[in-house]
Design a protein around this ligand. Structure first.
Ligand code: IPM
Ligand code: MG
Length: 357
């Protein structure tokens, strides 16, 4: 099969980890007899430096013509001035919106060999295997008005949390559908005791439940969900929630597995075209040193194969290889214990590649 993949390495450790994920994908192509054509484009801080825009038109155009997009990370102290006109993060929001990627999937499944690295006790981590479905193109991130105001000698700022029924319906539906291949438990997270948008969300989720009678639907308030993620994380199967709640809960969920460096994500829209990125940030302090953990990016490449290219066996081959190398003690700095041998970024990828069958 023939596929066109756009890579957006971005800033900080983005290029370090994306390079390794591409190497793994090239190995997959060779091993399984596919043709992958890679095209690199700019996003984030580096795009601001080179073109003045965090998402150049050419980048968006290339992504809209690709079968899938693999992104590294955006941002860094260089572009952090709060008064700057454009920020690297604007590029990320613009590409999500521009590609119509309304759903962000973040699976959370700690590897047993890394349970020690979790801030939670090992017995709490046992059996944790859930996926967060985060709404990605609505809510506070995009709602209008979104502005600063000057009034009577005071400054105020406003953001708007707005959701339309169709935005809620398509993301909750994806949540229900995902449970079908899993434990058939859906936690719809909202703040319906306070927010009007959450009350609409809950009303629609309740209504849609009629189409999925075999699924156990729970409405969980976001504060309770934050608490349950640390007290009983194994109780979750699929969590579906709006943009900001999902942003916050997925960072909390990510640390459960021991390192932010391990987790992949997929951003999907109506078709099969998607954008895949590790959930970690640009980690500017270790950028270019070749020591970042590439597994989040490599596992994102596996999700790319599964969701956009429909290459399930190839995706499984990568996930199995990562599983094995972790079981056999391969460690980057972020997940190593004292005295353990530490591998650098490309050595970690080599260990994955060597185990792909
Ligand atoms: C994420 C990130 C982004 C977000 C930032 C970098 C804009 O935190 O993907 O979770 O808030 O969505
Ligand atoms: Mg976030």
């Amino acid at each position: 099969m023939n596929f066109h993949i756009v890579t957006l390495p971005g800033d900080g450790i983005g290029p370090d980890v994306t390079n390794e994920a591409v190497r793994v994908l090239k190995h997959i192509a060779e091993k399984f007899g596919h043709q992958f054509r890679f095209e690199q484009q700019l996003i984030g801080g580096i795009a601001i430096d080179e073109t003045g825009s965090a998402l150049p038109d050419e980048t968006l155009r290339a992504c809209l013509n690709a079968d899938a997009v693999l992104l590294g990370a955006v941002g860094g102290p260089k572009w952090d001035d709060p008064r700057a006109k454009t920020r690297p993060e604007d590029g990320l929001l613009a590409i999500r919106k521009g590609m119509g990627l309304f759903a962000n999937l973040r699976p959370v499944k700690p590897h047993p060999a890394l349970a020690f690295a979790s801030p939670l006790r090992e017995e709490k981590i046992r059996g944790v295997d859930f996926i967060v479905v985060r709404e990605l193109t609505g809510g506070l991130y995009f709602g209008k008005p979104k502005e600063r105001r000057q009034e009577n000698g005071h400054v105020s700022a406003v953001d708007t949390m707005e959701y339309h029924d169709y935005e809620i319906r398509r993301i909750v539906d994806l949540g229900f559908k995902l449970t079908q291949t899993r434990q058939k438990k859906l936690a719809s997270v909202d703040k319906a005791n306070v927010l009007a948008s959450s009350r609409l969300w809950r009303e629609i989720a309740t209504e849609m439940h009629a189409d999925y009678p075999d699924v156990k639907l729970d409405h969980v308030l976001v504060d309770t969900a934050a608490m349950r993620l640390v007290t009983a994380p194994a109780s979750f199967d699929v969590i579906v929630t709006e943009n900001t709640f999902g942003d916050i809960l997925t960072d909390e969920a990510a640390v459960l597995v021991g390192s932010m460096g391990l987790l992949p994500s997929a951003s999907l829209g109506a078709g099969t075209r998607g954008l895949y990125e590790p959930i970690h940030g640009s980690a500017p302090d270790i950028a270019g040193k070749g020591i970042a953990n590439p597994l989040g990016s490599i596992l994102s490449a596996a999700m790319l194969l599964r969701h956009s290219l429909k290459l399930e066996n190839e995706a499984n081959a990568i996930e199995r290889a990562v599983d094995e190398m972790l079981s056999e003690g391969c460690r980057s700095a972020d997940i190593a214990r004292e005295g353990e041998q530490v591998l650098n970024t490309s050595e970690m990828a080599d260990e994955v590649i060597g185990r792909i069958r």
